[in-house]
Design a protein around this ligand. Structure first.
Ligand SMILES: Cc1ncc(COP(=O)(O)O)c(C=O)c1O
Length: 413
């Protein structure tokens, strides 16, 4: 670990207090030009006594704007304290979790996984246009049918086609013969540049794609591609449960990753994280953002520096070993659930490194699914799966209650 460690309560308080001091203080300092201030004092009391013990809430009240990207060039001077905090978060994620060399990446804390994924698509689309003089209709996104809907959303926004690769019903692995056929057809129809999106934990199944399933076929066809990993859900799980994972920057084929702190890490919403190798993000520089010091390389524009503080607080409260323990406990609970289901002969999908269990719908009545708040793959009569996500609040007692009900009421064995 280069950057990530566990810190004491006092060390964390001191670090965040220092960062907030390095930012502008709208109460005490003269600031005439920014359309920004601390949160409204009549509503969000900045003198509440509990704030002194709550660094994240202090940051929310101070209301810093971490607009722009702080791994490249200059940024707004007045928020440099929380920009430093954001850089510390990105160092932990890119270097310590996803094995980038220090200083070899760019990134930012986006509003969510949707933006982080679309940022990747936007960056690669422009990369192919800028470097290869590609036209948008020569570029295609490729990913499995289990991919999150942010990818078709991005395809629609950016006006580049999405090639949706079917998966095997039980294994959720892509059908390689279909990929071969779809890529061949696309090539024959003039597609030359491919943006591959791999899942490190699909939303519904937690299934994890294989890099070589895609790259073997694209390379055999001599096609140019860039590879993004959507670890929005699995990014804080899979690297800890599978030490042999090659879905990281140690693999030269991987160029960017999405990882959401507002899912497994339990950070507040607004903490999707985007990281990519150096030399790519310049493709989305908006030069017209002239009033922003350092200009802008992100989709969103203004975003809260308090979100960086919130993620930082979680990472440095647990440290790497504490987080590994957390994930190990969830893995044990998931194993427990799978064992019970096996004993009852109930069919399900689970990637053995993930904490999602997706049950075949014909084993579960709709009433039981609703009672236990299982999430269906589709909200209509064609639904074939229900998922259980073993988040921290899903304890063995809760799972036991579900199993007991299944035992007494389930319709099909
Ligand atoms: C795999 C995956 N990618 C992307 C997203 C989108 O994340 P967000 O809702 O933060 O935009 C999700 C959300 O569930 C997801 O599961």
């Amino acid at each position: 670990m280069h950057y990530w460690k566990k810190m004491t309560v006092q060390e964390r308080r001191n670090r965040i207090a220092q960062a907030l001091q390095e930012n502008i203080n709208f109460t005490d300092e003269i600031s005439l030009g920014f359309p920004a201030s601390k949160l409204d004092g009549k509503v969000f009391y900045d003198d509440a006594p509990f704030l002194k013990d709550a660094p994240t809430l202090q940051a929310f009240v101070a209301n810093p704007n971490n607009i722009g990207c702080h791994t490249l060039g200059v940024s707004e001077r007045v928020f440099k304290g929380t920009q430093n905090i954001e850089r510390e978060v990105l160092n932990v994620i890119a270097v310590d979790i996803f094995k980038a060399a220090p200083g070899s990446f760019d990134g930012y804390i986006a509003p969510g996984g949707t933006e982080a994924n679309i940022q990747a698509l936007w960056m690669y689309r422009n990369h192919f246009i800028n470097e290869y003089h590609a036209t948008p209709n020569e570029i295609a996104i490729v990913s499995s049918e289990d991919t999150h809907y942010s990818i078709p959303k991005g395809s629609n926004l950016l006006m580049i086609d999405w090639l949706r690769i079917p998966v095997e019903f039980n294994s959720r692995n892509i059908k390689k013969d279909k990929l071969e056929q779809i890529v061949t057809d696309a090539k024959n129809n003039g597609k030359k540049y491919f943006i591959v999106v791999l899942n490190m934990g699909t939303t519904m199944f937690g299934s994890v794609d294989s890099i070589t399933d895609y790259t073997d076929i694209l390379e055999a066809h001599n096609l140019e591609y860039q590879l993004h990993i959507d670890g929005a859900y699995g990014g804080f799980v899979y690297p800890f449960s599978n030490s042999d994972s090659n879905l990281n920057f140690a693999n030269p084929k991987v160029s960017s990753i999405t990882i959401d702190a507002h899912k497994m890490l339990q950070a507040p919403y607004g903490t999707g994280i985007f990281v990519c190798r150096k030399g790519l993000i310049e493709n989305v520089l908006t030069k017209e953002a002239e009033y922003v010091e350092g200009m802008d390389l992100t989709i969103c524009g203004s975003r809260s520096g308090a979100n960086a503080v919130a993620v930082w607080m979680i990472l440095f409260t647990y440290g790497p070993h504490g987080w590994f323990e957390n994930i190990s406990v969830l893995q044990m609970r998931t194993d427990w659930l799978c064992k019970e289901l096996d004993q009852m002969g109930i069919a399900y999908y689970r990637n053995r490194f993930m904490n999602i269990v997706t049950l075949k719908a014909d084993h579960i009545t709709e009433e039981i699914a609703n009672r236990f708040q299982l999430v269906p793959q589709k909200h209509d009569k064609t639904n074939k799966w229900y998922k259980i996500v073993l988040m921290t609040h899903v304890e063995v007692d809760d799972l036991m209650a579900f199993i007991e009900v299944l035992k007494s009421e389930r319709t099909v064995v």
